[in-house]
Ligand binder design. Structure first.
Ligand code: ZN
Length: 316
């Protein structure tokens, strides 16, 4: 097995907070994001440009993006449901835009009120908008195949629908597609199978990231299966916060602290300082009292003598 290094994309400020009953104050969000970046997190999905009526937790996304893009070296990602969201994301200076296409059309209608054809139209419009931007101002554009491993409303999704959706997103102008186990239905075998199937359609280089939930405790096992298939970007959430408000029963993301611990123990560099990462839990706990934070590593502490992966020598 190769031990290439990985990119951990923290989605707590978006996927995590959208599912919390409380609303994290804007200044706490900024402090949390800054602290995550200071701990070595290189990519953070900081919010989503959705209607504040639907998700009041995300109402300050514009201000949050404008704060996050000031942090040197941080890749600032946002989720957008449509062209209007993409316009706001670009105006705020986001580096990466993710458009979800729920392969379960029932969930797509529930989540962003759009059929598959309508989502593809939005993808085309967003790709055109990005193309119009000047050099250096074009965000990376990902189409995320959500509920790819099954939907709490529809059950298993026909694989042909998934593959067709991946193909259509790329044809619409996405830079890459991602696979999302929104509902935590995936297992290591289905993970390997679907990654291979989608890569056969879009090419290996156009599927590099997965977004996994730990709903049934298989999060890290699924990460390992994806890693062994050559996936290099893993979404996760501090304290395992998260879920989807419109997919009943969907719960927590893979816990970032445990994910970083696993990779660093294996000698795979994440660039993240685990102690500093775990210390950011205090910001979340203080801002959202009563919100349960998960994770085995933060509770057990680091093993005696733990050093983590060797930091690669800086390129000359
Ligand atoms: Zn999610």
């Amino acid at each position: 097995m190769t031990t290439s290094n990985v990119l951990i994309s923290e989605v707590g400020p978006r996927d995590g907070l959208q599912n919390c009953s409380g609303i994290m104050p804007t200044e706490d969000k900024k402090r949390w994001i800054s602290a995550l970046a200071a701990a070595g997190v290189k990519e953070i999905e900081v919010g989503s440009f959705v209607s504040p009526k639907l998700l009041p937790q995300m109402a300050d996304t514009d201000e949050i993006v404008r704060h996050a893009v000031q942090i040197p070296g941080l890749e600032v990602a946002v989720l957008v449901p449509n062209l209007k969201g993409a316009q706001l994301a670009i105006a705020a200076g986001a580096h990466k835009i993710t458009l979800p296409l729920s392969v379960s059309e029932t969930h797509s209608l529930r989540n962003i009120r759009r059929t598959h054809d309508q989502v593809i139209d939005e993808a085309k419009a967003i790709a055109n908008l990005i193309a119009e931007q000047s050099d250096g101002k074009r965000p990376h554009f990902e189409g995320s195949l959500s509920t790819a491993f099954g939907c709490t409303l529809e059950g298993p999704i026909d694989e042909q629908v998934i593959l067709k959706s991946a193909e259509r997103l790329m044809a619409a102008g996405c830079d890459e597609v991602g696979l999302s186990d929104t509902t935590g239905y995936g297992d290591p075998a289905s993970m390997r199978h679907l990654i291979r199937a989608v890569r056969r359609v879009v090419g290996d280089e156009n599927l590099t990231g997965v977004h996994l939930h730990n709903t049934r405790g298989l999060g890290l096992a699924n990460v390992m299966a994806a890693y062994e298939e050559g996936i290099t970007t893993f979404d996760s959430s501090l304290g395992g916060l998260g879920g989807c408000p419109t997919a009943p029963g969907a719960s927590g993301n893979v816990v970032t602290e445990d994910l970083v611990f696993m990779f660093e123990s294996m000698g795979v560099d994440t660039g993240i300082d685990l102690e500093a990462l775990m210390a950011t839990r205090d910001i979340v706990s203080a801002a959202l009292p009563g919100e349960e934070l998960y994770g085995f590593t933060p509770r057990a502490g680091l093993p005696l003598g733990f050093k983590g992966a060797p930091v690669p020598a800086a390129a000359e």
